[in-house]
Design a protein around this ligand. Sequence first.
Ligand SMILES: Cc1ncc(COP(=O)(O)O)c(C=O)c1O
Length: 287
Amino acid sequence: MIVYLNGEFLDAHDAKISPFDRGFLFGDGVYEVCAVYQRHLYEWAAHCRRLFLSLQRVHLSLGYSEQQLADIAHQLLEKNGFENATVYLQISRGAVIGKRDHFYTPGLVPTIFAYANPWPEAMLEQRPTLKVITLADQRWQRGQIKSVNLLANTEARQQVHAQQLDEAILTRGDEVVEGTSSNVLLVKDGSVITPPEQPYMLTGITRQVLRRLANENGLPFIERRVSVNELNDADEIWITSTVRELRLVSELNGKAMPTNAPVFERMREWFNADKCRAIANDKQRKS
Ligand SMILES: Cc1ncc(COP(=O)(O)O)c(C=O)c1O
């Protein structure tokens, strides 16, 4: 596999980073994951906007434009021969050799790493449902930043994995926040309801796409605080992320959820149509 590291395309085995990199020592870095369909970088502008916001929020400057990052992504796809994939992009603050100070000084050269992960066609088409549990959110208060520091997320996900489940929905007191690597939406009486954007939750790009599609199609989409009781009482629960796209929850805390999910089915059709439209527009632009 060919990866990108600090201006070079290398075999993954030859890509080396200093142990003094602050990403390694402190988790001092941010990342993005974008879906690629038939070489089209889906919602690239939105992913870059969020990346630049994450960078700004941790006072990191990258010096790459949206277009330069797209060029890196396209070259990764080209060099690896991938059509459908996810592109992972990480920027850490860089290294001060021989030093491990919590504070950082200006002028460090950021470490930029990117790779593409092929995405099997089968995964693009399937409709597997997810088994989820609720867990207390033990992460920091600034989940809006897509930080590489994901210990609380990985610990929660490990707990889920050990029980052969798919995702944990994180809660703060009585309030539903999001999944360990996903957003949560529910359907009640024909309306989609989802927690609003807030500092301790990642503003998901998939969630934003679904909001746009709901608005375009006249489906009520309500952003407001969601209680755990409402989650238990939902007609449908959806999990969304770039990698998982849009998935239906079939089991919540051991209790089966209805598998007849008409609103989910409609949204899934709109979502697939949106991807096809984006791919077609991109092909037209390039021809
Ligand atoms: C904590 C968290 N929330 C939500 C999401 C979903 O975001 P997106 O739809 O942009 O992938 C992710 C994705 O990785 C995530 O890690």
